[in-house]
Design a protein around this ligand. Sequence first.
Ligand SMILES: NC(=O)c1ccc[n+]([C@@H]2O[C@H](COP(=O)([O-])OP(=O)(O)OC[C@H]3O[C@@H](n4cnc5c(N)ncnc54)[C@H](OP(=O)(O)O)[C@@H]3O)[C@@H](O)[C@H]2O)c1
Length: 238
Amino acid sequence: MKAENATATVLVTGANKGIGHEVARRLVEAGHSVWVGARDAERGREAAAKLGQNARFVQLDVTDDASIREAAQTVGKAGGLDVLVNNAGIVQPDAPNDPRGPLRAVFDVNVFGAIAVTYAFLPLLRKSGAPRIVNVSSDLGSLTRATDPDYEFYNLELVAYPASKAALNMATVQLAKHLAGTPFKVNAANPGYTATDLNSHRGYQTVEQAAEVIVRLATLGPDGPTGGFFFNEGEVPW
Ligand SMILES: NC(=O)c1ccc[n+]([C@@H]2O[C@H](COP(=O)([O-])OP(=O)(O)OC[C@H]3O[C@@H](n4cnc5c(N)ncnc54)[C@H](OP(=O)(O)O)[C@@H]3O)[C@@H](O)[C@H]2O)c1
């Protein structure tokens, strides 16, 4: 990717539905070449087919190291990668009688998955002229918001999911610092409360609105920010 509007090759994890699928659709529409990452081959192939010729399916379960390795080989052999969108995510209720269960499951996808995928694709991204990494986080992971009584979800009683997004935010900051002084832009995105399967479609935003900030961070120009946390209207406090 030579400039912000040049054609990029992008991988979106968890792109078979929800926000990730809309991000993939928007990027294809903008002329980019998109790998639709999905853990289930049938759902992934179907989703990629809907997006046309510039979308290709790649099997990618972010909790499975062999799957991640094979996906990196596939993408590498096909010509490399400019943009990684770590979108795959899950939510599970806490289980006070078995606290490790949901914590492990949620962290495995939302934190360990995103970090493992990032490390696996870093060698390809380093070969790009304008590498971009977008970690799809949530304002539920903002310590500042969580401790603000005026925050709309201040009273939400949930540990595993917000803690996982706070950890992902820290990983974003640390990776951005590690890659400072290079062409990389590494940022976290807060898509906002969006109607998807994740929340049984209770969210009040559309996936079109949610995808906006992610697409913007995925296609940042050379003067764009790195090491930040953004929503559609600006920055989210950490
Ligand atoms: N919706 C919201 O209000 C909201 C708000 C803030 C942040 N977010 C974040 O936005 C991202 C997308 O969520 P969404 O709302 O679009 O949810 P969604 O519709 O449930 O989509 C989640 C996607 O992640 C995939 N996924 C789950 N586990 C995976 C794994 N082990 N490997 C690969 N892919 C996996 C799912 O695949 P399957 O179809 O195979 O399950 C699906 O494609 C998540 O990171 C979420 O935390 C959402």
